[in-house]
Design a protein around this ligand. Structure first.
Ligand code: GLA
Length: 381
């Protein structure tokens, strides 16, 4: 990928570029908890974005996306927002850097990626953190990694219309090879956990569907949670997020909030606890408990939070039937991947059955990704 990027870069902009990279992410457990101030448990993966970049001495940005085979040019003022959707992620990163007092000089860039799009692996966070990291370095801004992650998140909020939490950008900025990150999304305190489940594989099954309205439904889920937290706060002023709430506090407001908001909040409160339980189980090497929690999360995301879809439910159910250790929808939902913790001995038969039965049921070829937990945003040699 680096060679292809470089030859395009040289033909468009000449020599002198510097390479930067960043990564997509998986999340073992802790879904839709980030914007509720709860815990998540992600890691960066060996699929990401690579960009070659150099400052061009102008006040314009010139981009070339190898994957879209398309270019874009824009200025750095708020009114210069580009028409191309893909270029808005980078425009947003420039603007959010400037809003934080950083310098952004005009630059030229060619980039490409291998994070499957729409699969719930955060290709957009990979793009944001790659450029946030690169622009910080090239312009000597000295912005710390926490703020670089927030630059990516604010880009989603202010330029892409998704009111996401901090998980994806954090994982993409802070990812380390072989380590998952338990992140408290309220305080950004985090702890690395070595993840090398001997005798098991972590595999993603991509439904290859992305149902419409995913981002508007995402924003609605967030609003439900905020309404529930606000109602609880009337009784318990210390509550800022659903993650601050005890389960019984939710019961106290059952009559004050809609049934829908209630079940959304019920899921979130349970999920925050599951992350802690999974971390404890991991420290004991108890993968059976880890897997069981994954199934519980799937149930919650499907029945209470209602962000699953028939394709994802089908795969999680098949996993259960075949006695796979753990399986659940991963990421925002409405399509994308299930994440599966599978015993080595079961791996081949599970993958073969999943491919065959998924094709028979939906007429779609399932995609399978083995993931390796890897480094996040960085400069390449
Ligand atoms: C998307 C968002 C994240 C997070 C997950 C669900 O990936 O970008 O912030 O909310 O969904 O856990």
């Amino acid at each position: 990928m680096k060679e292809r990027i470089h030859s395009k870069f040289v033909s468009l902009y000449g020599e002198g570029g510097v390479f930067y990279a960043s990564a997509g992410r998986i999340n073992l457990i802790g879904e839709h908890t980030d914007y509720n101030g709860g815990y998540v448990f992600p890691g960066a993966i060996d699929k990401g974005i690579i960009a070659e970049i150099k400052l061009n001495g102008t006040d314009k940005v010139r981009l070339y996306s190898l994957d879209y085979d398309a270019s874009a040019i824009f200025g750095l003022e708020e009114e210069d927002k580009p028409a191309e959707q893909w270029a808005r992620y980078i425009f947003g990163v420039c603007r959010e850097t400037i809003k934080r007092g950083g310098q952004v000089a005009g630059f030229d860039a060619v980039f490409a990626g291998d994070v499957p799009l729409g699969a719930g692996l955060s290709s957009s966070a990979a793009l944001e953190s790659c450029f946030a990291y690169a622009l910080n370095d090239l312009n000597h801004n000295g912005i710390d990694l926490f703020e670089l992650a927030r630059i990516g998140q604010s880009t989603e909020h202010n330029y892409c219309g998704v009111m996401c939490g901090i998980m994806d950008q954090f994982a993409s900025c802070f990812g380390k090879k072989g380590q998952l990150i338990r992140l408290n999304c309220k305080t950004l305190e985090h702890q690395y956990f070595p993840f090398n489940p001997e005798g098991y594989k972590l595999v993603l099954l991509d439904t290859c569907v992305k149902h419409e309205l995913a981002s508007s439904a995402y924003n609605f889920r967030r609003q439900s949670c905020e309404r529930a937290a606000a109602a609880i706060k009337e009784n318990h002023p210390e509550v800022d997020f659903l993650s601050d709430c005890k389960r019984v506090w939710l019961d106290e407001v059952r009559d004050k909030i809609s049934e829908e908001d209630f079940i959304r909040a019920e899921y979130v409160i349970g999920e925050v606890q599951r992350v802690l339980d999974v971390c404890d189980a991991l420290e004991r090497g108890d993968y059976e408990t880890v897997g069981e929690m994954m199934y519980q999360t799937h149930f919650g995301l499907s029945r209470l939070y209602e962000v699953s879809c028939p394709e994802l439910d089908f795969l999680a159910k098949l996993a259960r039937k075949m006695e796979v250790t753990g399986s659940r929808v991963m990421g925002g939902g409405f399509g994308g991947c299930t994440i599966n913790l599978v015993k080595d001995s079961l791996y081949d038969s599970f993958i073969a059955a999943a491919k065959e039965q998924y094709k028979a049921q939906f007429g779609i070829d399932l995609k399978v990704y083995d993931v390796v937990i890897s480094d996040g945003a960085r400069k390449l040699a």
